[in-house]
Design a protein around this ligand. Sequence first.
Ligand code: PHE
Length: 335
Amino acid sequence: MQNIEDVRKDYVEQIEASETPRELLKAPTLKQLYGVIGTLPPEERGAYGKAINQLKLSLEAAVVTREAALENATIVPIDVTAPWDLNASPIDLLPTEQGTQHPLTRELEVVIDIFTRMGFEAIESRQIDDDYHMFGALNFPENHPARDGYDTFRTEEGYIPPAHTSTMQHRILKEGIEKLEAGGQIAAVSYGRVFRNEDVDATHEHTFYQYEGVFVSKTASLADMLGTLRAFFEAYYGQNLHTKTQPAYFPFVEPGLEFAIEKPAALNGKPGEWLEMLGCGMIHPNVLQAAGIDSNTYRGFAWGGGIERLVMLKYGIEDLRHFESGKLAFLRKFV
Ligand code: PHE
C-alpha cells in the first residue's frame, strides 16, 4: 500500500510537469500494478484492487487539472474589433474532451445522411404547432377518437407541441406542388423532437425524436415504399435484414401498415423475434387534397418512426430513459 502511495506521488509530480500528461497514464508501471492483484492472497485482493482504482482516479483527476492549466496558458485574448481573417487558425477555446455530440444527435445525422443520399431533402420539424397540422390536415375528423391516441399536450392558447413529425406533412406537400407541376416528385424527410403526455417508463418518454418520410409522384407505389424502407434499415444496421408489414390504422394513410424487422443475430436477436420499427402507408387522398394536390393524378407514401428505438437496437440499450437523463456515465459510452 505504501508502494502505491509512492507511485501516486511520483506520477502526480510527473503529470504536473508534463506537456502531454495523458500519455503518462499509459505507462507500463501502472499496468503492472494490476498484474500484482493475481499474486496476492485472496483476502488482500479486495483492498489492493480498491487502492489501485483510487490511484487511477486521482491520476486521471491530476491529468484533467494539468490539461486545463495547459489549455488556459494558450488561450489568446480575442480582439473582437479585429477584421475576420479567413486564413487565421481557429482558437481552441475548450478542450474537445469536455463535450461531445449527444448520441441521438449523432445517430439522427446518420439517418438523415442515408435518406439524403437516396435523394430526400431533410427538413427539421417544428416544436410548436396547431390543431390543424396535428389533426385536421391529416384527415382526423373533428372529435374522432383517433385524436386521443396521440396524448397531446396543449398550451393555454390551444397550440400543440407536436406528438409526431406528421405535422410537417401538409407543409411539405403544399410546398412541393410546384415540383410536381414541373414534372418532378416530392421527396422529403422531416426529423425532430416530439412530445406526448405519457407516463415515463423503460419504453415511453414524454419527449422523443422521430424521422418521417414523404414521397409523392405520379407512380409512387407501396412496393417503392417497402423497398425504400428496407434499403434504409439495411444501410443503418449495415447488414441484410428480414422485414415484414402488418396492418395498422392511421387516419392519414390508406392502407396503413406497421413495418417490422427481424432482430438480427448480430444484435442478439433470435429467429422470429420481430420488432416494429415504424408506421407507414399510402398517403390518404384527403391529405393530398387538403394540400391542393390532385389525388387522381398523384399518389404518395409516408412513414414515421422513433429514433430512440433505432439506436437502442443498434447499441443494445435497455432503457429509453437514459437518453434524456443527462447521465455522463451513459453519454461517455458514445464518445
Ligand atoms: N405519425 C405516426 C405515429 O407517430 C407514424 C406514421 C407516419 C404512420 C406516417 C403513417 C405514416 O404514430
